[in-house]
Design a protein around this ligand. Sequence first.
Ligand SMILES: [Zn+2]
Ligand SMILES: [Zn+2]
Length: 318
Amino acid sequence: MRVKAALTCGTDLKAFTRGHPMIPMPGPFGHEFSGIVAEAGRGVRKFKRGDPIMSVHSAPCLGCSYCKRGVYNLCENIMASKVLGAYAQYVLLPRRVVRRNAYKKPRGLSFEEAALLEPLACVVHGLGPLNIKNGDTALIIGAGPIGLMHLMLLRASGAQVAMADPHEGRLRLARSLGAGKCVRASRERGTDVRRINRATGAITGGGGFDHVFECTGRPEAWEAAVDYLRRGGTVTLFGGPPSGTSACFDTHRLHYDEITLRGCFHFTPADVKKSYSILRGGKLKLKRIISGSYPLRDITKAFGRLSRGLGIKYAIIP
Ligand SMILES: [Zn+2]
Ligand SMILES: [Zn+2]
């Protein structure tokens, strides 16, 4: 595939600044992409040379014990064929990905937006089992790209959403995307919990949120997440903290308040399909989270801005 657009992502920023177990550095870099078929491999019937396509960077093997259980996102081999290296002119998509997780790009969708297929599939996967209903209340911790995509999908399901983040610019964007309440987080757990709970009382009636989505990957934020919930509420731990870290939770809250803590990781082909239809439908303002674009040679400028908290996501154009 000839790359037309590749997006920066939180995982890439982690790899760039502190290293990442699944993205060894130095090495091929970039995993959210869209482009044009440069050459179709033998036996490929779905696509031909010149087709604009959008794809994610992995696909399950269908043969391992997790795939046999239908838990495709935990496929033991999902990372074996993953595509890295989208910050380049070309990438090679393996058979498994082409077969299960690649789509023709609709004409009305830009290449930049089409490259959101992968991160959106991750968010779709996390939200899937929650069955969000009209009037549910949710707090999103972290107004980065993942937090903002949660916001848009939750709003589309009719939820009342509050957002916490240390960056005023991100909160402004969250507000314009439908967050009912935005709170500047200080990263001090005690102060934040008091302030956020007070500031969001109008949404929750003071009793806490039905849902909390942790989208920062900081263990302190994981721990604080339970303090925002109503009894019987659910925390979705989306952000991945550095390996080797741990988090501690109040046993009373988990037991007597029957709080659910759930992790979520990656996506299944069904999530990718759903992400594709959301993008094709064009109802969400997903392009608002793409803050600008840089030519490939200026990629370090994009990551420099992201590491200073400037912008949400950048498109890298080779
Ligand atoms: Zn990503
Ligand atoms: Zn598998």
